[in-house]
Write a protein that binds this ligand. Structure first.
Ligand SMILES: O=P(O)(O)OP(=O)(O)OP(=O)(O)OC[C@H]1O[C@@H](n2cnc3c(O)ncnc32)[C@H](O)[C@@H]1O
Ligand SMILES: [Mg+2]
Length: 199
């Protein structure tokens, strides 16, 4: 589907780190963008069992609520030695206070119990675009790498301080945001989205 000329877009996310990245990725396209928070849209319960199901339900909730096109992002970190956990539960592992040092510590202890060092992991991002009527399309991207402890860096958000992409030595929280946008799961999903929807 194509975004109609002059249509504005709601970014259906309540995560400030994600919204910042999505706005940076959208910036070159000159689209009027609004945040789900500023429109007072609720944060729906993420009852899906896949990234795509959750991205779709978030996009639809905002699109139908605002009567606008809405772009949602469901993403997370999947650790190979933990059978893909925390995966779609990545936000929930940080608990109600959204403390990612807790979530990263939990991953570190589970890996230590299994005796795994430099665990293979990937970030996954599924973007869903919904029309104001609730018709949806999804776009998925991944970036592969490994985990290093203790966490390093102050940039980025969430699990960035423990993730090192293949061919890199710094964590996603240490690199420049422009470098993250060149290779990230979100950037790869966004490339598919922009070609299909904005191209
Ligand atoms: O649902 P919304 O409102 O968009 O915000 P959220 O934070 O709850 O987002 P998700 O449900 O998609 O949960 C994904 C979690 O995975 C983590 N995550 C996703 N992308 C990431 C990235 O680029 N770097 C670090 N952590 C990331 C991050 O901590 C998120 O909270
Ligand atoms: Mg969420």
């Amino acid at each position: 589907m194509k975004l109609p000329e002059g249509a504005s877009l709601v970014v259906a996310s309540h995560n400030a780190g994600k919204v910042r990245e999505i706005l940076a990725l959208l910036a070159p396209f000159g689209i009027a963008v609004k945040g789900a928070g500023e429109l007072g849209l609720p944060e729906p319960e993420e009852t899906g069992l896949t990234f795509a199901e959750n991205a779709i339900l978030k996009a639809r909730a905002s699109a139908l609520g605002a009567k606008m096109y809405a772009l949602a992002d469901d993403s997370g970190l999947a650790v190979e030695a933990l059978n893909g956990d925390p995966g779609i539960y990545s936000a929930r592992w940080a608990g109600p206070t959204k403390d990612f040092s807790i979530a990263m510590g939990k991953i570190e202890s589970l890996l230590a119990e299994k005796g795994v060092a430099k665990a293979r992991a990937k970030f996954v991002c599924c973007l869903a675009l919904s029309t104001p009527e609730g018709e949806v399309e999804t776009f998925q991207g991944e970036v592969h790498g490994h985990l290093e402890f203790p966490p390093r860096g102050t940039r980025g958000f969430g699990y960035d301080p423990i993730f090192v992409a293949d061919w890199m030595s710094e964590t996603f929280a240490e690199i420049d945001p422009a470098q993250k946008h060149a290779i990230s799961h979100r950037a790869k999903a966004f490339e598919l989205f922009s070609k299909a929807v904005l191209g």
